[in-house]
Design a protein around this ligand. Structure first.
Ligand code: ATP
Ligand code: MG
Length: 294
């Protein structure tokens, strides 16, 4: 009898529990390849398709998601981590419906946060009551600790590349670092600023072959975003190309990418809500921090 009641309770919890959030890190290794542009526009496209989407600016040194979207924010992630305010207080909503967690433009690095601050971050995300379909994370350039931590906390890692030798070698280096630390990490290659679909596919194949040969893994092809003057015009107007020029070549591809990303299934065994992200944020830092998470 007792067991039956427990079973029922578990069933009810499952019914009422939010489904796992699709956590996607946008990274790339090299600077200036279009990570933030992709993150912001993919977020806008997902929001336009009715997905409840939040974008976390994890470029803690040079945060600029808010600038690209023309948003004003007095509070940011730094205030959340220090306990000055709740996560809800810093979230700003862009006109397209995309919710943004702005980061500090100061010098605080997530990699150097202490135990209490980690607990603060976890606490902040655990307080997030609104249901989310997708959490996008815009990371900084390079392979620093913060980039690695946020990428590891994601279910998918979108690696943005453009047709420059340094972009491909940096992307390869980043994949190598992440794959070594976390077996089974799922990489999605996005070719940005390319001339055509064939150009995007060729870039992907170059990188995929190197990964296959030297790392023994095969990243997937997410798709491409063409080089587009309309996208640059949208940036100058501090808006997204998805909203300003929805029939432009880049906006159409971004809408396709958003549809594809919506279909990504959560990691096997992922728990409901934002818990997956929180757990993974803490996991690499050892048992002490795990206990801080409660
Ligand atoms: N598809 C595109 N078409 C035209 N221009 C683009 C495209 N993607 C990016 N750009 C240009 O590249 C610039 C850099 O993009 P973005 O700031 O997103 O790069 P990033 O990878 O986030 O850089 P950082 O490493 O400094 O964070 C944009 O301001 C824009 O001018
Ligand atoms: Mg950026």
């Amino acid at each position: 009898m007792h067991e039956r009641i427990l079973d029922q309770a578990a069933g009810l919890r499952r019914l009422g529990a939010p489904s796992p959030v699709n956590v996607i890190a946008i990274t790339g290794g090299k600077g200036g390849v279009g990570k933030t542009v992709v993150a912001v526009n993919l977020g806008a496209a997902l929001a336009a398709q009715g997905r409840s989407t939040m974008l976390l600016d994890a470029d803690l040194g040079l945060a600029n998601v808010d600038v690209l979207l023309g948003l004003r924010s007095r509070l940011n992630l730094e205030h959340v981590v220090s306990g000055e305010c709740a996560l809800d207080d810093v979230i700003v909503t862009a006109p397209c419906g995309l919710r943004v967690v702005p980061a500090a433009s100061g010098s605080v690095s997530m990699a150097s946060l202490g135990r209490a601050q980690h607990a603060g971050l976890v606490h902040a995300f655990s307080q997030l009551l609104e249901p989310l379909d997708v959490l996008l994370i815009d990371t900084a350039a390079g392979v620093g600790d913060a980039v690695v931590t946020f990428s590891e906390a994601a279910q998918r890692v979108v690696v943005v590349v453009c047709d420059e030798p340094a972009s491909l070698t940096d992307a390869y280096g980043l994949i190598k670092v992440l794959a070594k630390r976390q077996a089974g990490c799922r990489f999605e290659i996005l070719a940005n600023m390319v001339d055509s679909a064939a150009h995007g596919r060729a870039l992907y194949e170059k990188l995929m072959r190197a990964c296959h040969r030297f790392l023994g893994l095969t990243p997937s092809y997410f798709g491409y975003v063409p080089y587009d003057e309309y996208l640059r015009r949208a940036i100058r107007g501090q808006t997204t190309v998805v909203e300003a020029f929805p029939s432009s070549a880049s906006a159409r591809e971004l809408a396709r990418l958003a549809k594809a990303a919506s279909g990504w299934l959560p990691a096997p065994g992922a728990r409901g809500g934002i818990e997956f992200f929180m757990e993974r944020m803490l996991r690499p830092r050892g048992a002490a921090l795990e206990s801080a998470a409660g």
